[in-house]
Design a binder for this molecule. Structure first.
Ligand SMILES: N[C@@H](CCC[C@H](N)C(=O)O)C(=O)O
Length: 278
């Protein structure tokens, strides 16, 4: 099976594009291929499939074999793959995801996709819809305790569930210590991606993330979107923010015109390979 290794700001994926439908053993494939010691190594396995409603369809399995509804960095990689490999010839395209249709605009450099802007849709802020174990809308600065420590989170779904926690210094925060118990906290019936964020100015934030199903990653597109929504909801930031992640920067705008969140950032192809079916 041929695959392409790609990443969005170091959030890395194994991309396969020759299936018509999701293989029945997709979860097992993801676990094996994403293993960093016995496999290729990645945060997720991404299938590019034909779509009846969009130019391409994306399905993404986390490294632990669970399927995610949405992935911002993967949408940018899928768009780059589709353009660079001739699945589409236009620089404006649509990608079908588990969270709906995403409109995408590609910026090219030397004939290849370079930066990608994605309409990530409107954030979902209702407690039950995110889903959270509490209801109400929005759920802002809600108290939560993990392993005896008190936090406050803001709940946001970008198609997938996020809990944004503001901390003094995200760069030095112990993401590996507090991410795991929060990911599986009873507050989050479908688990959650946990963002630890600090505000530099109303237009700039630093964010680190513990992702559901794959642990700490270098970047999370939906997490950056959720963080800017939380920043604006809590009055900490404007609605257009540059988010600094471990792997680089994402430009996020929560539009006042249509209420959608627009994410712009790079996507990169690193190498191609062949996986022997075992
Ligand atoms: N890294 C992603 C999100 C991937 C899915 C996530 N782990 C989940 O289970 O929801 C992004 O860039 O958005």
């Amino acid at each position: 099976m041929n695959f392409t290794k790609m990443n969005g700001l170091g959030n890395d994926f194994i991309v396969v594009a020759h299936f018509e439908t999701l293989p029945t053993d997709a979860a097992e494939m993801a676990k094996r291929m994403c293993d960093r010691h016995f496999g290729v190594g990645a945060d997720g396995l991404v299938f590019i499939l034909p779509s009846e409603h969009a130019d391409v369809r994306m399905r993404i399995m986390n490294a632990d074999g669970s399927e995610a509804e949405q992935c911002g960095n993967a949408v940018r990689c899928v768009a780059k793959y589709a353009f660079d490999h001739g699945l589409v010839s236009r620089t404006e395209l649509t990608v079908e995801t588990g969270a709906g249709l995403q409109r995408v605009w590609i910026e090219t450099k030397e004939g290849r996709a370079h930066r990608v802007k994605v309409d990530m849709g409107a954030p979902i802020l209702g407690g039950q819809a995110i889903p959270l174990a509490v209801d109400g809308e929005p759920i802002v600065e809600h108290p939560i305790q993990a392993n005896g420590r008190d936090f406050c989170f803001t709940g946001v779904s970008m198609g997938n569930p996020h809990a944004v926690i503001f901390v003094d210094d995200a760069a030095t925060f112990e993401v590996d210590v507090w991410g795991p118990p929060l990911e599986v906290h009873e507050m989050f019936p479908n688990k959650a991606n946990i963002e630890f964020t600090s505000v530099i100015s109303p237009k700039e934030m630093t964010m680190r993330v513990w992702e559901r199903g794959c642990g700490q990653t270098y970047a999370c597109g939906t997490g950056a979107c959720a963080t800017v929504v939380a920043g604006a909801l809590t009055g900490r930031t404007d609605r257009t923010v540059l988010v600094h992640l471990k792997g680089g920067d994402l430009h996020i705008e929560w539009s006042e015109v249509d209420g959608h969140v627009y994410m712009t950032g790079p996507a990169e192809e690193v190498f191609t390979g062949h996986w022997g079916i075992r």
